[in-house]
Design a protein around this ligand. Structure first.
Ligand SMILES: C[S@@+](CC[C@H](N)C(=O)[O-])C[C@H]1O[C@@H](n2cnc3c(N)ncnc32)[C@H](O)[C@@H]1O
Length: 200
């Protein structure tokens, strides 16, 4: 299983946003690109991938939408509106959740009221965790294994105290190359490294 945790610090935690105004909604188009690159390759759904989208913005944080490729039915398309529509639908279904409660909004899509920190603690207990940073050890110098979790931010930088929290829990920082990339591009490169090693 490959787990990707995308922290959208200002991403909406309620469904009151327009699919026609994604850049104005904390650049949700970036989240859509991350979902697409995590879940799909040419016209196929990848197996054994989970993407966790941490939405810490208005109006009812924290919320985490999780998409599991092995359980996934149709997502109504690969475009930004379709993918953020799936996110908005999950947030609709997730209205009124109490802490740690979770609901499934469609096959393979889950919404939970829980924090980034609790998700990190869960994942670090089950396998290696890597925090994505441009200035860090090269991914090609690291021994990768299956069952890893990769943590990164959207267009906003990860707060320094969050990086410290991750490293204190045992996450390793890793770079996928010398340029500051979009989060979705990092996902593609990580998939490619794991694919080349034939790791699930
Ligand atoms: C668009 S970048 C964030 C830009 C933000 N202004 C900053 O300075 O962090 C989104 C995320 O992708 C990851 N990232 C981007 N380029 C990377 C690289 N070359 N190696 C590893 N991670 C990278 C980092 O986790 C970063 O937080």
């Amino acid at each position: 299983m490959r787990d990707f945790i995308l922290r959208a610090r200002k991403g909406p935690s309620t469904p009151d946003f327009s699919l026609g105004a994604l850049p104005q909604t904390s650049h949700l188009e970036i989240v859509a690109h991350c979902i697409a690159n995590a879940m799909f390759y040419s016209l196929r759904i990848r197996s054994s991938v989970r993407v966790h989208i941490v939405l810490d913005g208005p109006s009812d944080p924290p919320k985490i939408v999780r998409i599991e490729s092995d359980l996934l039915g149709s997502l109504d398309g690969f475009d930004e509106q379709a993918l953020t529509g799936v996110l908005r639908e999950a947030l609709m279904v997730g209205q009124g959740l109490s802490l740690y409660q979770e609901r499934e909004s469609r096959p393979g899509v889950f919404v939970a009221k829980r924090s980034f920190e609790s998700l990190i603690r869960q994942q670090v207990a089950v396998g290696p965790m890597f925090v994505l940073q441009k200035r860090a050890q090269d991914i090609r110098e690291i021994k990768l294994s299956s069952g890893s979790t990769f943590v990164f931010s959207d267009h906003l930088s990860m707060p320094r105290k969050t990086d410290k929290f991750l490293l204190r829990l045992g996450a390793e920082s890793v770079s996928v190359g010398p340029k500051m990339l979009f989060a979705s591009q990092c996902i593609t490169l990580i998939h490619n490294e794991l694919d080349r090693l034939y790791l699930p």
